[in-house]
Ligand binder design. Sequence first.
Ligand SMILES: NC(=O)c1ccc[n+]([C@@H]2O[C@H](COP(=O)([O-])OP(=O)(O)OC[C@H]3O[C@@H](n4cnc5c(N)ncnc54)[C@H](OP(=O)(O)O)[C@@H]3O)[C@@H](O)[C@H]2O)c1
Length: 277
Amino acid sequence: MLRKPRTVLFGAGRMGRALLRGWAEANCFEPAGSVLVIDPNCPEEISELIRQNSARHAETPKPETFTKLQTVILAVKPQKFEELAAVIRPMLPDNVLIISVAAGVSLEQMEALFGAGPHIRAMPNIAAEVGKAITVLCANTMADNTHIETASGFLKAVGQVESVQDERLMDAVTAVSGSGPAYFYLMVEALGAAGQAEGLPEDLAQKLALQTMIGAGALLESRKQDTVAALRAEVTSPGGTTSAALDVMMGNGAFAEMMRNAVSAATRRSSQLRRPG
Ligand SMILES: NC(=O)c1ccc[n+]([C@@H]2O[C@H](COP(=O)([O-])OP(=O)(O)OC[C@H]3O[C@@H](n4cnc5c(N)ncnc54)[C@H](OP(=O)(O)O)[C@@H]3O)[C@@H](O)[C@H]2O)c1
């Protein structure tokens, strides 16, 4: 007979699935039966992964499966939090650790919804789907080092983990690493379009742009001892082609200023979403 679950994950959507795949690789399902996944519409591929890892799936929470619970991980949309809290709050054991990966739900809101106790906000990004996320954690005062290590363990299965103490910084985290993958995709699109404008066929231009960005990222990752600026200087010969392009991008601080304004807009938007109305 399977033991009672110690950990429950709510939501097997994009982020929940990424976590589950990472947990399978990192043995986070051990011991058998310790993880319960709750989602009303679990895709078959994920149900299979859950079965293969001796975990369990349910469509809705049941009080009898919550008695030994130590950790609740919330990977549902922020709009679903209130409804979910109303259902599960009466079932939660005292001092259960609540970890939320929802963008923009504050620790104060979590405490109001789920009650006082150890709560941790985590901001991962979509690269969790390939185990290359960077996640930032922020804990409330009830969460101790053991709780933070627990949260870190679940999130390290999908990439790197950092933490901040000042929760106000989570808006900037959201703007840099949460939204950041889209900035990279835009860069690839724009570079490809620029190549096309110079006469390259569309497919080739997009392929050159994409593989150049991926290759440059991989080189940067392999050269951890160098700063990004040093690597940029190394590949920029004075008076050469790269230098001609960088002069345009960096002239009058244009690129830096655009990025500064973009991240500032995303930070502002994140704080507005936290305080509706
Ligand atoms: N995707 C990202 O890149 C990303 C990055 C950082 C943070 N996040 C955060 O991760 C959370 C999930 O995002 P997502 O993109 O994975 O959303 P998603 O794909 O919509 O997944 C959410 C899942 O939760 C299910 N669900 C809804 N209500 C539930 C309930 N009461 N109990 C159990 N499961 C329930 C949904 O089912 P239905 O579809 O049937 O409603 C859906 O399968 C969000 O809070 C988001 O802010 C996502």
